[in-house]
Design a protein around this ligand. Structure first.
Ligand code: NDP
Ligand code: HEM
Length: 485
């Protein structure tokens, strides 16, 4: 017969606990005693339950699953996890909003994070993208200013639409991304109903050391579905955790969400002469120029068991690139390579890569050691080079080959302009050629609603001009809605 009694409560040291309900006191009504180690452990541990929330993308949810290769990409990359059709790799994904805090509502207007960790045989590969193929700025030195303008004021601690439009209209490169943000794609119905994009251009390298530029698009198999502005706002008051609940309950009932991975591949040499800078994060590569090809499928089929351990402590970093995949001259990507491991060391601690959610599913043989909360052993010899059989880098096999040539004086300057580099062209073609009449109507009403709230008339004037440059009809409709035209 199995024992159906629950296990005995213990302290965190595994010692049977004296009581689940009563602290140790001098008589039933007397003062409490310092030697009640169990009470003190409970209170002290509780006081330390939180790590700092992520400085951006604080509110989110995650799930486990797998990625399966469906087409041969060995002509383009030697990445081991992409090396044969049918090969499966475990993944963990985290979805998030950007500007809100840890307890903020899921359905507010915001881009959504779409961060994937692939546990590959060559270590972890992180693709830390969003649900939009582009971004607000193209130089990392503007990122913290951009985020400050989207978060809270110093004086009132309030979010402030005026501050947001002030930044955006003074940063015209933001127009393409703000257009998507202000469309109904800024309020997705669920995380399952949106696409995910690697956004940046990355490099792929094959076994013959040939290089290609690549962009990733994860296309939802559930179909794109968005809330209108009014629906999204209504859901905030009914269920602030709507997206978190939707993902968890869908996986729990066996309805496993899936995405098709499409890639666009640009021959290495094309980048030098392409009509606009293919590394500019505010632009897509038109499908007509570089048609997407389907190469894989991602399925999410397992919920986390412990939200804190697996989702809150998950640490994604664009610098986790495996052999066969490299960075590109996108300045935003290059800035991000530094930023993420730096924030993880602060937010979680220097040994964040040893936590089960972050550690690779292959052995680690690095020469790093010690530091707060380290628990996996390091081994002698603890230095390289050594003559005692320690690990050795295989430079012939893994030496740096995801590289490009750079030459020039040290400058602080925008990318060298090319023929079709501009801030508004692609936004205009999205508005005119891709959006439906309903998309355009909702867009105008979303912009007008947002820019009507606490935005000064001077900034409103710039808002109209900003949209006029995207498209004269859009500018005119916004001006009419704001009562300025
Ligand atoms: P295409 O007509 O080949 O592609 C248009 C793309 O837009 C599709 O990927 C479509 O995919 C997506 N899309 C459709 N409706 C919307 C919407 N309301 N908001 C945002 N995206 C939408 O044209 P091009 O490749 O020449 O691109 C034209 C414009 O489309 C670009 O300037 C860009 O603004 C936008 N776009 C382009 C993408 C690209 O990688 N080329 C990716 C996404 C947008 P889906 O509905 O599956 O998202
Ligand atoms: C999270 C910095 C641009 C997607 C973060 C975090 C930082 C950061 C510090 C918090 C990480 C954590 O605490 O775990 C930056 C900087 C950028 C930049 C400096 C530009 C220079 C981008 C871009 C994208 C993006 C362009 C998408 C294409 C994300 C996502 C997360 C995130 C998805 C959440 C990851 C998670 O779920 O844990 N970013 N970011 N960021 N960023 Fe960025």
């Amino acid at each position: 017969m199995t024992d159906s009694r629950p296990p005995v409560t213990t302290t965190d040291a595994g010692i049977p606990a004296p009581s689940d309900e009563h602290s140790l006191s001098v008589g039933p009504n007397g003062p409490l005693l310092l030697q009640d180690h169990y009470l003190i452990q409970k209170m002290a541990q509780f006081n330390r339950e939180r790590v700092p929330e992520r400085v951006v993308h604080a509110k989110g949810g995650g799930a486990h699953g797998y990625f399966e290769v469906t087409a041969d990409v060995t002509p383009y990359t030697k990445a081991a996890f992409l090396s044969e059709v049918g090969r499966r790799t475990d993944v963990f994904i985290r979805f998030s909003t950007v500007a809100g805090e840890l307890g903020s509502a899921d359905t507010v207007r915001d881009p959504r994070g779409f961060a994937i960790k692939f546990y590959t045989e060559d270590g972890n590969y992180d693709l830390v993208g969003n649900n939009t193929p582009i971004f607000f700025v193209r130089d990392p030195s503007k990122f913290s200013d951009f985020i400050h303008s989207q978060k809270r004021r110093s004086d009132t601690h309030l979010r402030d639409n005026n501050m947001q439009w002030d930044f955006w209209t003074l940063s015209p490169e933001s127009a393409h991304q703000v257009l998507i943000l202000m469309s109904d794609r800024g309020t997705p119905r669920s995380w399952r109903n949106m696409n995910g994009y690697g956004s940046h251009t990355f490099m792929w390298v094959n076994e013959a050391h040939e290089r290609f530029w690549v962009k990733y698009h994860f296309k939802t198999e559930q179909g794109i579905d968005n809330f209108t502005d009014a629906e999204a706002k209504a859901v905030v008051s009914v269920d602030p955790d709507f997206h978190l609940r939707d993902l968890a309950s869908s996986i729990q009932r066996g309805d496993h969400p899936a995405w098709r991975l499409e890639v666009q591949i640009m021959p290495f040499a094309d980048a030098a002469t392409y009509r606009f800078n293919p590394f500019d994060l505010t632009k897509v590569w038109p499908h007509g120029d570089y048609p997407p090809i389907t190469i894989g499928r991602m399925v999410l089929d397992r919920n986390p068991e412990d939200y804190f351990a697996e989702v809150e402590q998950a640490a994604f970093e664009p610098a986790n690139l495996v052999p066969g995949i490299g960075a590109s001259p996108d300045k935003m990507l290059l800035g991000r390579l530094f930023s993420y491991p730096d924030t993880h060391r602060y937010r979680i601690g220097p040994n964040y890569l040893q936590l089960p959610i972050n550690r690779p599913k292959v052995p680690v043989h690095s020469y790093n050691k010690d530091g707060a909360m380290r628990y996996q052993p390091s081994h002698d010899p603890v230095y390289a080079p050594n003559s005692y059989g320690g690990p050795r880098a295989d430079t012939a096999r893994y030496g740096e080959d995801a590289v490009w040539r750079a030459d020039g004086d040290f400058v602080r300057a925008a990318y060298t302009p090319r023929r079709d580099d501009d801030d508004f062209g692609q936004a205009g073609s999205l508005y005119r050629d891709v959006m439906s009449d309903t998309d355009r109507e909702h867009l105008v009403s979303n912009i007008v609603g947002h820019a009507s709230q606490d935005v000064t008339s001077e900034v409103q004037r710039r808002v109209v001009e900003y949209w006029r440059q995207v498209d004269p009809d859009l500018g005119a409709r916004v001006a009419k809605g704001l009562g300025t035209g």
